[in-house]
Design a binder for this molecule. Structure first.
Ligand code: SF4
Length: 418
Protein backbone atom coordinates (compact mmCIF):
# COMPACT_ATOMS: atom_id res chain seq x y z
CA UNK A 1 0.00 0.00 0.00
CA UNK A 2 1.01 3.60 -0.52
CA UNK A 3 3.44 4.28 2.29
CA UNK A 4 2.85 7.97 2.71
CA UNK A 5 -0.85 7.78 3.36
CA UNK A 6 -1.59 10.33 5.99
CA UNK A 7 -5.33 10.72 6.09
CA UNK A 8 -5.29 12.83 9.23
CA UNK A 9 -3.10 15.38 7.44
CA UNK A 10 -2.05 18.70 8.97
CA UNK A 11 -3.92 19.49 12.18
CA UNK A 12 -4.92 15.98 13.28
CA UNK A 13 -1.30 14.82 13.34
CA UNK A 14 -0.65 17.20 16.20
CA UNK A 15 -3.55 15.79 18.18
CA UNK A 16 -2.39 12.23 17.60
CA UNK A 17 1.13 12.99 18.82
CA UNK A 18 -0.11 14.93 21.82
CA UNK A 19 -2.61 12.28 22.85
CA UNK A 20 -0.02 9.55 22.48
CA UNK A 21 2.57 11.41 24.48
CA UNK A 22 0.36 12.98 27.15
CA UNK A 23 -2.18 10.31 27.85
CA UNK A 24 -0.50 7.01 27.15
CA UNK A 25 -2.50 5.90 24.13
CA UNK A 26 -0.54 3.13 22.40
CA UNK A 27 -0.06 2.88 18.64
CA UNK A 28 -2.30 0.15 17.26
CA UNK A 29 0.13 -1.45 14.79
CA UNK A 30 1.78 -3.87 17.20
CA UNK A 31 -1.38 -5.23 18.78
CA UNK A 32 -3.07 -5.44 15.36
CA UNK A 33 -0.48 -8.01 14.31
CA UNK A 34 -1.92 -10.38 16.92
CA UNK A 35 -5.29 -10.42 15.21
CA UNK A 36 -6.13 -13.38 12.97
CA UNK A 37 -7.26 -10.87 10.35
CA UNK A 38 -6.21 -7.20 10.34
CA UNK A 39 -9.20 -5.09 9.27
CA UNK A 40 -8.74 -2.41 6.62
CA UNK A 41 -9.31 0.40 9.13
CA UNK A 42 -6.21 -0.75 10.99
CA UNK A 43 -4.16 -1.61 7.89
CA UNK A 44 -4.85 1.79 6.40
CA UNK A 45 -3.93 3.92 9.39
CA UNK A 46 -7.50 5.04 10.14
CA UNK A 47 -7.50 3.45 13.58
CA UNK A 48 -4.23 4.71 15.00
CA UNK A 49 -4.20 4.03 18.72
CA UNK A 50 -5.65 2.01 21.57
CA UNK A 51 -5.88 1.45 25.27
CA UNK A 52 -5.76 -2.16 26.48
CA UNK A 53 -6.77 -3.55 23.09
CA UNK A 54 -4.54 -6.55 23.85
CA UNK A 55 -7.37 -7.90 26.05
CA UNK A 56 -9.71 -7.79 23.06
CA UNK A 57 -7.15 -9.15 20.61
CA UNK A 58 -6.62 -12.10 22.99
CA UNK A 59 -10.36 -12.68 23.25
CA UNK A 60 -10.69 -12.66 19.45
CA UNK A 61 -7.79 -15.04 19.09
CA UNK A 62 -8.87 -17.40 21.88
CA UNK A 63 -12.58 -17.15 21.05
CA UNK A 64 -13.40 -16.08 24.60
CA UNK A 65 -16.23 -13.62 25.37
CA UNK A 66 -15.85 -9.91 24.77
CA UNK A 67 -18.21 -7.00 24.23
CA UNK A 68 -18.18 -4.23 21.67
CA UNK A 69 -20.27 -1.15 22.01
CA UNK A 70 -20.91 2.28 20.71
CA UNK A 71 -23.49 4.98 21.13
CA UNK A 72 -25.03 7.42 18.67
CA UNK A 73 -26.55 10.73 19.60
CA UNK A 74 -29.73 11.08 17.51
CA UNK A 75 -29.47 14.81 16.90
CA UNK A 76 -29.85 14.45 13.13
CA UNK A 77 -29.80 11.84 10.39
CA UNK A 78 -26.79 9.52 10.12
CA UNK A 79 -24.27 10.36 7.40
CA UNK A 80 -20.89 9.44 5.95
CA UNK A 81 -19.12 10.61 9.12
CA UNK A 82 -20.85 7.92 11.20
CA UNK A 83 -19.89 5.06 8.93
CA UNK A 84 -16.44 4.32 10.35
CA UNK A 85 -17.61 3.57 13.89
CA UNK A 86 -20.48 1.51 12.52
CA UNK A 87 -18.06 -0.61 10.48
CA UNK A 88 -15.70 -1.04 13.43
CA UNK A 89 -18.53 -2.27 15.64
CA UNK A 90 -19.84 -4.64 12.97
CA UNK A 91 -16.34 -6.02 12.35
CA UNK A 92 -15.90 -6.80 16.05
CA UNK A 93 -19.32 -8.48 16.16
CA UNK A 94 -18.20 -10.61 13.22
CA UNK A 95 -15.09 -11.55 15.22
CA UNK A 96 -17.28 -12.93 18.00
CA UNK A 97 -18.04 -9.81 20.09
CA UNK A 98 -21.36 -9.29 21.87
CA UNK A 99 -22.64 -6.15 20.18
CA UNK A 100 -24.28 -3.26 22.05
CA UNK A 101 -25.52 0.01 20.61
CA UNK A 102 -26.94 2.79 22.74
CA UNK A 103 -29.10 5.47 21.21
CA UNK A 104 -28.11 8.46 23.33
CA UNK A 105 -31.51 10.12 23.29
CA UNK A 106 -31.08 11.55 26.78
CA UNK A 107 -27.95 13.32 25.61
CA UNK A 108 -29.58 14.58 22.40
CA UNK A 109 -32.50 15.91 24.45
CA UNK A 110 -30.34 17.44 27.20
CA UNK A 111 -27.49 18.85 25.16
CA UNK A 112 -29.09 19.63 21.80
CA UNK A 113 -32.71 20.14 22.84
CA UNK A 114 -34.01 17.50 20.41
CA UNK A 115 -37.61 16.42 21.10
CA UNK A 116 -38.16 12.84 22.20
CA UNK A 117 -40.17 12.20 19.07
CA UNK A 118 -37.32 13.35 16.81
CA UNK A 119 -34.84 11.33 18.89
CA UNK A 120 -36.90 8.26 18.10
CA UNK A 121 -37.12 9.10 14.41
CA UNK A 122 -33.38 9.75 14.01
CA UNK A 123 -32.43 6.87 16.31
CA UNK A 124 -34.29 4.47 14.07
CA UNK A 125 -32.19 5.55 11.07
CA UNK A 126 -28.94 4.86 12.91
CA UNK A 127 -30.16 1.42 13.92
CA UNK A 128 -31.33 0.64 10.39
CA UNK A 129 -27.89 1.52 9.03
CA UNK A 130 -26.18 -0.63 11.65
CA UNK A 131 -28.36 -3.66 10.99
CA UNK A 132 -27.93 -3.12 7.25
CA UNK A 133 -24.15 -3.21 7.69
CA UNK A 134 -24.42 -6.55 9.51
CA UNK A 135 -24.80 -5.63 13.18
CA UNK A 136 -26.23 -8.22 15.54
CA UNK A 137 -26.75 -7.74 19.23
CA UNK A 138 -28.49 -5.53 21.77
CA UNK A 139 -29.72 -2.01 21.06
CA UNK A 140 -31.54 0.35 23.38
CA UNK A 141 -32.61 3.93 23.93
CA UNK A 142 -31.05 5.41 27.06
CA UNK A 143 -34.38 6.84 28.21
CA UNK A 144 -36.04 3.40 28.13
CA UNK A 145 -33.35 1.40 29.91
CA UNK A 146 -33.99 1.32 33.68
CA UNK A 147 -31.00 -0.87 34.54
CA UNK A 148 -28.78 1.57 32.69
CA UNK A 149 -30.22 4.43 34.74
CA UNK A 150 -29.51 2.55 37.99
CA UNK A 151 -25.96 1.89 36.84
CA UNK A 152 -25.57 5.58 35.94
CA UNK A 153 -26.66 6.49 39.46
CA UNK A 154 -24.13 4.08 40.95
CA UNK A 155 -21.44 5.52 38.66
CA UNK A 156 -22.38 9.05 39.75
CA UNK A 157 -21.29 8.18 43.30
CA UNK A 158 -17.72 8.06 41.94
CA UNK A 159 -17.59 11.38 40.06
CA UNK A 160 -17.64 14.92 41.41
CA UNK A 161 -18.25 18.30 39.82
CA UNK A 162 -14.64 19.41 39.81
CA UNK A 163 -13.80 16.39 37.63
CA UNK A 164 -16.63 17.28 35.27
CA UNK A 165 -15.41 20.87 35.19
CA UNK A 166 -11.87 19.73 34.36
CA UNK A 167 -12.92 17.28 31.65
CA UNK A 168 -15.92 18.97 30.04
CA UNK A 169 -15.51 22.58 31.11
CA UNK A 170 -18.69 22.54 33.20
CA UNK A 171 -19.30 25.81 35.00
CA UNK A 172 -21.89 27.28 37.37
CA UNK A 173 -24.29 27.82 34.47
CA UNK A 174 -24.11 24.27 33.12
CA UNK A 175 -27.42 22.48 33.26
CA UNK A 176 -27.53 19.53 35.60
CA UNK A 177 -28.90 17.46 32.70
CA UNK A 178 -25.47 17.67 31.03
CA UNK A 179 -23.94 15.96 34.04
CA UNK A 180 -26.70 13.36 33.90
CA UNK A 181 -26.02 12.68 30.23
CA UNK A 182 -22.26 12.37 30.84
CA UNK A 183 -22.78 9.82 33.59
CA UNK A 184 -25.34 8.00 31.44
CA UNK A 185 -22.69 7.62 28.74
CA UNK A 186 -20.30 6.23 31.34
CA UNK A 187 -23.00 3.72 32.22
CA UNK A 188 -23.52 2.93 28.51
CA UNK A 189 -19.89 1.82 28.28
CA UNK A 190 -20.15 -0.37 31.38
CA UNK A 191 -23.65 -1.67 30.63
CA UNK A 192 -22.64 -4.73 28.52
CA UNK A 193 -20.68 -6.08 31.50
CA UNK A 194 -23.68 -5.61 33.76
CA UNK A 195 -26.03 -7.14 31.23
CA UNK A 196 -24.00 -10.10 29.98
CA UNK A 197 -21.27 -10.48 32.61
CA UNK A 198 -17.79 -9.02 32.99
CA UNK A 199 -15.62 -9.38 29.88
CA UNK A 200 -13.15 -7.22 27.97
CA UNK A 201 -15.08 -4.47 26.21
CA UNK A 202 -13.98 -2.56 23.16
CA UNK A 203 -15.26 0.95 22.52
CA UNK A 204 -14.18 2.28 19.11
CA UNK A 205 -14.09 6.06 19.27
CA UNK A 206 -12.66 9.13 17.58
CA UNK A 207 -9.56 10.65 19.13
CA UNK A 208 -11.61 13.47 20.62
CA UNK A 209 -13.51 11.00 22.82
CA UNK A 210 -10.54 9.94 24.90
CA UNK A 211 -11.37 12.10 27.95
CA UNK A 212 -14.62 10.22 28.15
CA UNK A 213 -12.90 6.85 27.99
CA UNK A 214 -10.50 7.93 30.74
CA UNK A 215 -13.39 9.02 32.95
CA UNK A 216 -15.18 5.70 32.40
CA UNK A 217 -12.07 3.66 33.14
CA UNK A 218 -11.63 5.66 36.32
CA UNK A 219 -15.24 4.98 37.37
CA UNK A 220 -14.90 1.27 36.51
CA UNK A 221 -11.77 1.11 38.66
CA UNK A 222 -13.46 2.88 41.58
CA UNK A 223 -16.45 0.53 41.38
CA UNK A 224 -14.19 -2.50 41.85
CA UNK A 225 -13.88 -4.04 45.33
CA UNK A 226 -10.36 -5.38 44.77
CA UNK A 227 -7.18 -4.69 42.88
CA UNK A 228 -5.00 -7.58 41.75
CA UNK A 229 -1.29 -6.76 41.44
CA UNK A 230 1.66 -8.84 40.33
CA UNK A 231 4.38 -8.41 42.98
CA UNK A 232 6.97 -10.63 41.29
CA UNK A 233 7.00 -13.63 43.60
CA UNK A 234 3.30 -13.41 44.48
CA UNK A 235 -0.01 -11.86 43.46
CA UNK A 236 -1.47 -9.38 45.90
CA UNK A 237 -5.27 -9.08 46.08
CA UNK A 238 -6.02 -5.81 47.83
CA UNK A 239 -9.36 -4.73 49.15
CA UNK A 240 -10.40 -1.21 48.17
CA UNK A 241 -13.84 -1.29 49.73
CA UNK A 242 -14.66 -4.98 49.93
CA UNK A 243 -16.65 -6.34 52.86
CA UNK A 244 -14.58 -8.51 55.20
CA UNK A 245 -16.50 -11.66 54.09
CA UNK A 246 -15.37 -11.05 50.50
CA UNK A 247 -11.72 -10.81 51.54
CA UNK A 248 -12.20 -13.99 53.56
CA UNK A 249 -13.70 -15.67 50.46
CA UNK A 250 -10.60 -14.71 48.46
CA UNK A 251 -8.42 -16.27 51.14
CA UNK A 252 -10.48 -19.48 51.07
CA UNK A 253 -10.47 -19.64 47.26
CA UNK A 254 -6.67 -19.96 47.13
CA UNK A 255 -5.30 -22.73 49.37
CA UNK A 256 -1.94 -21.70 50.76
CA UNK A 257 -2.65 -17.98 50.38
CA UNK A 258 -1.83 -15.62 53.25
CA UNK A 259 -4.38 -13.17 54.60
CA UNK A 260 -3.34 -9.83 56.09
CA UNK A 261 -5.29 -6.72 57.07
CA UNK A 262 -6.79 -5.51 53.79
CA UNK A 263 -5.04 -7.93 51.44
CA UNK A 264 -4.45 -11.56 50.53
CA UNK A 265 -1.21 -12.78 48.97
CA UNK A 266 -1.40 -15.64 46.49
CA UNK A 267 1.67 -17.45 45.17
CA UNK A 268 2.18 -19.88 42.32
CA UNK A 269 -0.77 -18.93 40.09
CA UNK A 270 -0.97 -16.84 36.92
CA UNK A 271 -2.39 -13.33 37.40
CA UNK A 272 -5.26 -13.93 34.94
CA UNK A 273 -6.46 -16.93 36.91
CA UNK A 274 -6.41 -14.99 40.17
CA UNK A 275 -8.19 -12.04 38.53
CA UNK A 276 -10.97 -14.25 37.18
CA UNK A 277 -11.57 -15.91 40.54
CA UNK A 278 -11.53 -12.57 42.38
CA UNK A 279 -14.01 -11.15 39.88
CA UNK A 280 -16.45 -13.96 40.63
CA UNK A 281 -16.07 -13.46 44.37
CA UNK A 282 -16.68 -9.76 43.91
CA UNK A 283 -19.90 -10.38 41.99
CA UNK A 284 -21.07 -12.94 44.55
CA UNK A 285 -20.72 -10.18 47.16
CA UNK A 286 -22.73 -7.57 45.28
CA UNK A 287 -19.88 -5.97 43.29
CA UNK A 288 -19.55 -5.47 39.53
CA UNK A 289 -16.22 -7.11 38.71
CA UNK A 290 -15.77 -4.76 35.77
CA UNK A 291 -12.87 -4.96 33.34
CA UNK A 292 -11.63 -1.45 32.57
CA UNK A 293 -13.03 -0.80 29.09
CA UNK A 294 -10.58 -0.93 26.17
CA UNK A 295 -10.69 1.58 23.35
CA UNK A 296 -9.44 2.14 19.84
CA UNK A 297 -8.98 5.60 18.36
CA UNK A 298 -9.66 6.52 14.78
CA UNK A 299 -8.80 9.69 12.99
CA UNK A 300 -11.54 11.58 11.23
CA UNK A 301 -12.31 11.66 7.58
CA UNK A 302 -12.10 15.29 6.47
CA UNK A 303 -15.15 16.85 4.84
CA UNK A 304 -15.58 16.53 1.07
CA UNK A 305 -14.96 20.25 0.75
CA UNK A 306 -11.62 19.83 2.53
CA UNK A 307 -12.57 21.28 5.92
CA UNK A 308 -14.07 19.51 8.88
CA UNK A 309 -16.83 16.99 8.25
CA UNK A 310 -19.87 18.16 10.15
CA UNK A 311 -23.67 17.85 10.01
CA UNK A 312 -23.84 21.64 10.10
CA UNK A 313 -21.83 21.91 6.84
CA UNK A 314 -24.02 20.13 4.27
CA UNK A 315 -21.38 20.05 1.50
CA UNK A 316 -18.90 18.25 3.79
CA UNK A 317 -20.81 14.97 3.81
CA UNK A 318 -23.88 13.16 2.53
CA UNK A 319 -26.71 11.26 4.17
CA UNK A 320 -27.55 7.65 3.40
CA UNK A 321 -30.87 8.56 1.78
CA UNK A 322 -29.70 11.74 0.06
CA UNK A 323 -30.68 12.08 -3.62
CA UNK A 324 -28.20 10.99 -6.30
CA UNK A 325 -28.39 14.46 -7.77
CA UNK A 326 -27.31 16.12 -4.54
CA UNK A 327 -24.54 13.58 -3.89
CA UNK A 328 -23.25 14.02 -7.44
CA UNK A 329 -23.01 17.76 -6.88
CA UNK A 330 -21.01 17.26 -3.67
CA UNK A 331 -18.61 14.64 -5.04
CA UNK A 332 -17.98 16.57 -8.25
CA UNK A 333 -17.27 19.74 -6.20
CA UNK A 334 -15.02 17.94 -3.68
CA UNK A 335 -11.56 19.27 -2.92
CA UNK A 336 -8.92 17.28 -4.79
CA UNK A 337 -5.16 17.06 -4.74
CA UNK A 338 -5.11 17.84 -8.46
CA UNK A 339 -2.94 20.44 -10.22
CA UNK A 340 -4.00 23.79 -11.58
CA UNK A 341 -3.95 22.71 -15.23
CA UNK A 342 -4.41 19.45 -17.05
CA UNK A 343 -0.91 19.78 -18.49
CA UNK A 344 0.57 20.06 -14.97
CA UNK A 345 -1.53 17.14 -13.78
CA UNK A 346 -0.17 14.96 -16.57
CA UNK A 347 3.39 16.07 -15.94
CA UNK A 348 3.49 16.11 -12.12
CA UNK A 349 0.60 13.81 -11.15
CA UNK A 350 -1.93 14.49 -8.40
CA UNK A 351 -1.45 14.47 -4.63
CA UNK A 352 -3.77 11.85 -3.13
CA UNK A 353 -2.83 12.63 0.47
CA UNK A 354 -4.30 16.10 0.08
CA UNK A 355 -7.41 14.87 -1.73
CA UNK A 356 -10.89 14.36 -0.25
CA UNK A 357 -11.87 12.09 -3.14
CA UNK A 358 -8.94 9.80 -2.41
CA UNK A 359 -9.78 9.78 1.30
CA UNK A 360 -13.39 8.90 0.52
CA UNK A 361 -12.04 5.85 -1.31
CA UNK A 362 -9.51 5.05 1.41
CA UNK A 363 -12.07 5.24 4.21
CA UNK A 364 -15.05 3.61 2.56
CA UNK A 365 -15.40 3.14 -1.15
CA UNK A 366 -12.48 0.90 -2.10
CA UNK A 367 -12.27 -2.15 0.12
CA UNK A 368 -9.61 -3.85 -2.00
CA UNK A 369 -6.05 -2.72 -1.16
CA UNK A 370 -4.79 -3.52 -4.66
CA UNK A 371 -7.47 -1.32 -6.24
CA UNK A 372 -6.64 1.48 -3.83
CA UNK A 373 -2.94 1.19 -4.64
CA UNK A 374 -3.84 1.30 -8.32
CA UNK A 375 -5.82 4.50 -7.79
CA UNK A 376 -2.78 6.06 -6.11
CA UNK A 377 -0.51 4.92 -8.93
CA UNK A 378 -2.79 6.33 -11.64
CA UNK A 379 -3.18 9.59 -9.71
CA UNK A 380 0.51 10.11 -8.98
CA UNK A 381 1.62 9.18 -12.47
CA UNK A 382 -0.70 11.74 -14.01
CA UNK A 383 -2.58 9.01 -15.86
CA UNK A 384 -5.86 9.85 -14.14
CA UNK A 385 -7.60 13.22 -14.34
CA UNK A 386 -9.52 14.42 -11.31
CA UNK A 387 -12.72 14.66 -13.38
CA UNK A 388 -12.48 11.00 -14.35
CA UNK A 389 -11.50 9.99 -10.82
CA UNK A 390 -14.52 11.78 -9.37
CA UNK A 391 -16.80 10.06 -11.88
CA UNK A 392 -15.44 6.65 -10.95
CA UNK A 393 -15.74 7.45 -7.25
CA UNK A 394 -19.30 8.69 -7.71
CA UNK A 395 -20.23 5.37 -9.32
CA UNK A 396 -18.82 3.56 -6.32
CA UNK A 397 -20.69 5.84 -3.93
CA UNK A 398 -23.96 5.32 -5.79
CA UNK A 399 -23.52 1.55 -5.87
CA UNK A 400 -22.63 1.50 -2.17
CA UNK A 401 -25.62 3.62 -1.19
CA UNK A 402 -28.07 1.71 -3.38
CA UNK A 403 -27.11 -1.50 -1.65
CA UNK A 404 -27.10 0.10 1.81
CA UNK A 405 -30.55 1.62 1.29
CA UNK A 406 -32.02 -1.66 0.06
CA UNK A 407 -30.67 -3.36 3.15
CA UNK A 408 -31.83 -0.51 5.42
CA UNK A 409 -35.35 -0.81 4.02
CA UNK A 410 -35.24 -4.57 4.57
CA UNK A 411 -34.24 -4.31 8.25
CA UNK A 412 -36.62 -1.50 9.19
CA UNK A 413 -38.66 -3.88 11.36
CA UNK A 414 -35.57 -4.65 13.51
CA UNK A 415 -35.07 -0.97 14.24
CA UNK A 416 -38.80 -0.63 15.08
CA UNK A 417 -38.66 -3.45 17.61
CA UNK A 418 -36.11 -1.78 19.89
FE1 SF4 B 1 -7.63 13.09 -6.04
FE2 SF4 B 1 -8.29 11.43 -7.94
FE3 SF4 B 1 -7.41 13.90 -8.53
FE4 SF4 B 1 -5.75 12.06 -7.58
S1 SF4 B 1 -6.83 11.98 -9.51
S2 SF4 B 1 -5.91 14.16 -6.89
S3 SF4 B 1 -7.07 10.92 -6.16
S4 SF4 B 1 -9.30 13.36 -7.47
Amino acid sequence: MHSEVNPWSNNQTVDVDRLFADFGIEPVSEVARRLPEVPSFMRRGIVVGHRDYNLVADAIQNRTPFHVLTGFMPSGLPHLGHLMVMKEVVWHVQQGGNGYVAVADREAHAVRGISWEKCREYGKEYLKALYALGFEGTTYYQSKNDRLKDLAFEASTKVNFSELAAIYGFGPETSLSHAVSVITQVADILFPQLDAGPAPTIVPVGLDQDPHIRLTRDVAYKLRMFTVEDRGDHISVRSKNAPEEALEAVHRAFPGSKKYAGHVDVAGLPQRQVEDAVREIEIAHGGFGFYLPSSTYHIFMPGLQGGKMSSSVPESSFGFYESEKSIKKKVMAAKTGGRMTLEEQKRLGGEPDACSVYLLNLFHMLEDDAELADLVRRCESGELTCGQCKKETLERVNAFLRELRDKMDAVEHLAEEV
